[in-house]
Ligand binder design. Structure first.
Ligand code: ADP
Length: 461
């Protein structure tokens, strides 16, 4: 029988809630729950002398196999190459990219170590599904060890075109590794186009009439598989949460005002500064909104050892402080900024109370918060989603008000439009959005990726 082996940087162990505060973990877990199998990756722990063998735990039909890193490895591979080099580069932020050969070497070493362990765990016939930018060198490393299994790779974050991607000194190594997969999946057409452009214009490859891509002497499939959410779960959580103490506190404190909500990991890709400025712009140009709106921004601490993230945290505090200082009244502040994680159920409740979901990343692979916000709404009185055109989610969420997050004035106008939107229009837009979410939920995503992987023709070019 074919087993599914999921590989991701971080394994979210059962009941390990902190590790699940990301779209990837939620998606992976649901795929494994449905098919059973193994999840391999980092434990989330560092230790001075990591055990030579993975730690294996079985729970709920899933086998969890994890390894530790040393603190130095974690710093060079994860904080360094993954999150100071690849993350900004793949989010189109060349100006934020830091590069060092030591960090690159650490990344390649960790990817090679993943392959060493997997080579001992994988049986012939297993299907391997590798996730995300932390493991781009892994397909190639697995083939070097003689593994002939089907390998799928899914990139959860954006892929920029070769003009940007080639700024990465290891671009050829990483793309050469992806070419060793049988299927490479992306969130949007634009990411797929970037991959195809790399194959055609940088690697001298070609595209076959059936869509397969040939590069570096390999033939592989590449496709778009936009990740969705578990719509029913989010709906149920939001209804349950109506009785939650924190949700009640929020609703009571808002009273007759309108609530605008932002929920993100604290990351520069999320456009939190631009968003706060847009709220300031609205209050400047439309002072009649004073004391009539409240903007709650929840930002979960993320990558706290990376200098750029520390700086961003200070910038957000400064920006929220300035806007509050300028516009607050003696009995009202426009912005409430909360730098912490909330349980999913409470988040669902907060979404449901909010008249506007303000989701304005400068660049985002998909953005699950946009989808969660919609799923959590009350059908008889739904809120309005204001969504950045640069979120992968914008492709499929035409019922949202789509904005350019770099345009403060446009964002303020969108907020005004959302706050004034009559009920019938809100309902119509929400139905459209909800329909799209239901057609393309989390199960559709993993099923369609795995079906395509299982039926992909396997051949060297
Ligand atoms: P990313 O994967 O870049 O963090 P997504 O929007 O795709 O962005 O996914 C973020 C996930 O993390 C969502 O499921 C969201 O509910 C969750 N999340 C974000 N911020 C918080 C928070 N402050 N507390 C709890 N969960 C959060």
């Amino acid at each position: 029988m074919t087993r599914l082996i999921v590989v991701s940087n971080r394994v979210a162990m059962p009941r390990d809630r902190a590790a699940r505060a990301g779209g990837l973990a939620v998606g992976v877990l649901s795929a494994l729950k449905r098919s059973g199998g193994m999840w391999f990756g980092w434990s989330g722990e560092t230790s001075e002398s990591p055990a030579p063998q993975p730690k294996v735990v079985k729970s709920g039909g899933i086998t969890y196999a994890t390894i530790d890193f040393t603190a130095d490895e974690f710093d060079a591979y994860y904080n360094g190459y993954c999150n100071s080099t690849l993350w900004p580069l793949l989010h189109y932020r060349l100006g934020l990219v830091e590069h060092s050969r030591q960090n690159q070497d650490a990344y390649m070493r960790i990817n090679a170590r993943f392959a060493d362990h997997l080579a001992t765990l994988v049986r012939p016939g297993d299907v391997i599904w590798i996730h995300d930018y932390q493991l781009m060198a892994l397909p190639g490393e697995l083939r070097l060890r003689g593994l002939r299994n089907r390998i799928g790779f899914f990139l959860h974050i954006p892929l920029p075109g070769p003009e940007i991607f080639c700024a990465l000194p290891a671009h050829k190594q990483l793309m050469g590794s992806l070419a060793e997969a049988d299927l490479v999946g992306f969130q949007t057409e634009s990411d797929l186009r970037a991959f195809r452009d790399y194959a055609l214009y940088e690697a001298g490859g070609s595209q076959r009439p059936d869509g397969a891509i040939e590069m570096f002497g390999r033939r592989l499939r590449a496709g778009v598989f936009p990740i969705g959410i578990d719509v029913e779960e989010m709906k149920a959580l939001a209804v349950e949460a109506e009785n939650d103490e924190e949700v009640r506190r929020l609703a009571d404190s808002i009273s007759s005002r309108q609530l605008i909500i932002g929920v993100d990991r604290l990351d520069y890709s999320k456009g939190i500064l631009n968003r706060i400025d847009a709220v300031g712009e609205l209050l400047t140009t439309r002072p009649d909104y004073r004391n009539r709106i409240t903007f709650v921004q929840i930002a979960a601490p993320s990558r706290i050892d990376v200098a750029r993230y520390k700086k961003l945290r200070r910038e957000i505090e400064g920006c929220a402080g300035r806007v509050n200082g300028k516009h607050a009244e003696i009995d009202w502040v426009p912005i409430r900024y909360l730098n912490r994680v909330f349980p999913r159920r409470q988040l669902a409740g907060f979404y449901r109370v909010a008249r506007v979901g303000l989701v304005t990343p400068l660049r985002d692979g998909m953005n699950l918060v946009a989808k969660e916000y919609v799923a959590a709404q009350n059908p008889s009185d739904p809120g309005v989603l204001v969504l950045s055109r640069f979120a992968g989610a914008a492709r499929d969420m035409k019922g949202a008000i789509i904005v350019n997050p770099f345009d403060q004035v446009e964002m303020a106008e969108a907020l005004d439009q959302a706050l004034r939107m009559p009920l019938p229009e809100r309902q119509e837009r929400w139905r459209k959005l909800m329909g799209a979410l239901q057609r393309n939920d989390l199960a559709t995503w993993s099923d369609s990726f795995l079906d395509t992987l299982n039926t992909s023709e396997r051949a060297a070019a």
